[in-house]
Ligand binder design. Structure first.
Ligand code: GLU
Length: 287
């Protein structure tokens, strides 16, 4: 630590230059473990110089694996900003695919340090993991074939075949509140696209902004039917009892809502298709 502090002091001039262009070139800001409380997760990650982040790999606009082998999207940018604030550059991020059902287990068993994956904050999940955020508010919706006029909302789903994903809040909502829908569940939302195309299912349900990505890629084949019918506040998942880390990520979120980095990340990704959001209010709930 002593050596690192000395290096940091010697590199102060360079640090200013680095910090100035941190968000543009993917370089991490000059941050040292000693900048964080001793024993904190932030100090441990900064010291390690690397972080493992769980995200989606099949959701355009939020987390989609690119030919480069790394995912791209708004969630990915949020993950990069958090890493950067820990002094960790993009090259030192390990991206792990988290599908909806394995987000809590991956956090609990330490497979990932954080999850940024269209991850709705809710009380059930808060029993096993913690959430910083929200950093975006989505809502459940339905996607159908472009020529479908029968389905305009969840009340039209009785007797219809509906596709969603295991371990997701939209699937739980349909199972609980629309029991007359015939629900099939897969591991990931892209598993629902072919069944929709070939008529095996009538609708796909998840968050409006995820569906918007598939509609955008479908060249007129799919459309969103009706309006959103739930609130899905997106949080950053982390270990259940790590209040210090949660509070620090919340500080980072508030800072980037304020300084324009959040909107910049949005505009470069989801904002190419979706309207500009207003920044949500961070929820520093009591555990
Ligand atoms: N936001 C919802 C959830 O966390 C749906 C999207 C997803 O499955 O990632 O379950």
């Amino acid at each position: 630590m002593f050596t690192k502090t000395k290096v940091a002091a010697l590199g102060a001039a360079a640090a200013i230059a680095l910090t100035a262009c941190a968000s543009d070139d993917g370089e991490a800001a000059e941050v040292e473990a000693g900048d964080f409380p001793e024993g904190s997760t932030m100090a441990a990650l900064a010291e390690a110089g690397e972080i493992t982040i769980g995200t989606k790999f099949d959701q355009p606009l939020f987390g989609l694996l690119a030919p480069s082998g790394d995912p791209e999207g708004f969630d990915v940018e949020i993950g990069k900003i958090i890493a950067g604030e820990l002094g960790i550059s993009e090259d030192n991020i390990t991206w792990t695919e988290t599908v909806s059902a394995n987000r809590e287990p991956f956090i609990e068993d330490g497979s990932v340090d954080i999850v940024v994956a269209t991850y709705t904050i809710n009380d059930e999940r808060k029993e096993v993991v913690s959430f910083a955020g929200p950093y975006y508010n989505a809502g459940q919706a339905l996607m159908v074939m472009a020529d479908n006029e029968d389905i305009t909302g969840p009340d039209d789903l009785a007797g219809k075949a509906v596709c969603s994903v295991e371990g997701s809040t939209p699937a739980a909502n349909i199972a609980e509140n629309y029991p007359d829908a015939e629900l099939s569940l897969f591991a990931a939302y892209t598993d629902c696209l072919e069944p929709l195309r070939n008529g095996q299912v009538d609708a796909v349900t998840t968050d409006n902004v995820i569906l918007a990505g598939y509609v955008d890629e479908s060249e007129g084949e799919f459309k969103i039917a009706g309006d959103q019918f739930t609130e899905e506040p997106y949080g950053i998942g982390l270990a259940h009892d790590d209040d210090e880390f949660r509070s620090w990520i919340n500080d980072v979120l508030e800072e980037i809502f304020e300084d324009g980095r959040w909107l910049e990340a949005w505009n470069e990704t989801a904002g190419t298709v979706l309207p500009e959001p207003t920044a949500p209010t961070v929820d520093r709930y009591e555990n």
